[in-house]
Write a protein that binds this ligand. Structure first.
Ligand code: FRU
Length: 320
């Protein structure tokens, strides 16, 4: 499989690092302020372009006007220069270029969806408040984009992997059904992350691979990743279910063999710098392992170790 289409929202993240999480109605001085492009699927894509430069990736996301500085900033955020500690700075870094030709532009807007993030140095937690004035992608827009991508693929037998952020569950479900209809050889993965959003279980039921977050699992009353995976497998036809659990790593459940595997980070000497997008990095590691056929036993370990490497650095550069 050479093609991967990622579908989900894009954000501009404003990150305030604070010594500790503030109490309500108090003042606190931040130790740093950073802005960078965010969003679950774009974060995953940024990591994947480093890991698998020859994979042909497409991003379907909603952006402000084509000519806005925000759109230029967002699209250019995927082309890295080598990380500062690259051992061979003279050699070009192997970075794949995603295809953005099926992004959706909201011409009346110049501002992107925005996240304001309080990152606590004391605990490593990240508290996110979002604002999004851009109209969400409709099924009709997705159908147009997906059909355009499929038309451009010469050897359709190679198959396409479609990864969806479980965002507006009804819309995402009709997008998944469209893919199943027009490209039955496709593989579909979905991310079930946001607690208290109806319809995510129905969406997960139709995917081949499902990624659950700890916050979603806890919102459903599960006390650990394995309980979530075994509980959710009953209502899903997925062949692989995964659940991340913060510093405890992640678990994978395979319904065909009824086996659950857990991998926790192998080092306990971890200096947490930036947990924003750790789950998105885990997904990149799993998608990479699944699409590029890493040996079965190594897949989960690779994704957990990749996410562990990510939390020890700022942003996503230099993860390959
Ligand atoms: C991290 C992240 C941020 C973004 C927010 C959107 O997983 O994707 O980059 O602002 O979550 O919910």
């Amino acid at each position: 499989m050479k093609y991967l289409v990622l579908v989900g929202a894009c954000y501009l993240d404003t990150i305030l690092t604070v010594p500790h999480f503030p109490s309500e109605d108090t003042k606190l001085r931040a130790t740093s302020l950073t802005t960078r492009r965010g969003g679950n699927v774009p974060n995953t894509l940024e990591v994947l372009t480093q890991l698998a430069p020859s994979l042909q990736t497409h991003l379907i996301t909603v952006l402000p006007s084509r000519s806005s500085p925000a759109t230029t900033q967002i699209l250019s955020s995927f082309s890295h220069s080598p990380p500062p500690d690259d051992p061979s700075p003279g050699t070009p870094h192997r970075i794949g270029t995603p295809n953005f030709s099926h992004c959706l532009y909201r011409e009346a807007h110049t501002s992107p969806a925005s996240s304001y993030i309080i990152r606590s140095s004391a605990t490593g937690s990240r508290t996110i408040v979002n604002h999004n004035a851009l109209e969400e992608m409709t099924t009709r827009e997705f159908v147009h984009a997906a059909d355009g991508i499929l038309d451009g693929i010469e050897h359709k037998g190679d198959g396409v992997w479609w990864h969806f952020e479980g965002r507006i569950p009804e819309t995402t479900l009709s997008c998944v059904r469209h893919v199943r209809r027009v490209a039955p050889a496709s593989i579909v993965s979905v991310e079930v992350e946001k607690p208290l959003r109806d319809g995510l279980r129905e969406l997960a039921a139709e995917a081949d691979v499902v990624f659950y977050s700890r916050s979603w699992a806890e919102s459903q009353g599960y006390a650990n990743a394995e309980a979530c995976l075994r509980g959710e497998a009953a209502s899903s036809k997925a062949s692989l279910l995964l659940c991340t659990w913060g510093s405890h790593g992640a678990s994978a459940f395979s319904p065909s063999t009824n086996t659950c595997t857990t991998h926790a980070p192998s080092s306990d000497d971890i200096k947490v710098v930036d947990t924003i997008g750790a789950g998105d990095t885990f997904i990149a590691g799993m998608l990479y392992s699944l699409i590029c056929h890493t040996p079965q036993a190594a897949k989960l370990r690779f994704a957990v170790e990749l996410a562990t490497a990510k939390v020890q650095r700022e942003g996503f550069a230099g993860l390959s």
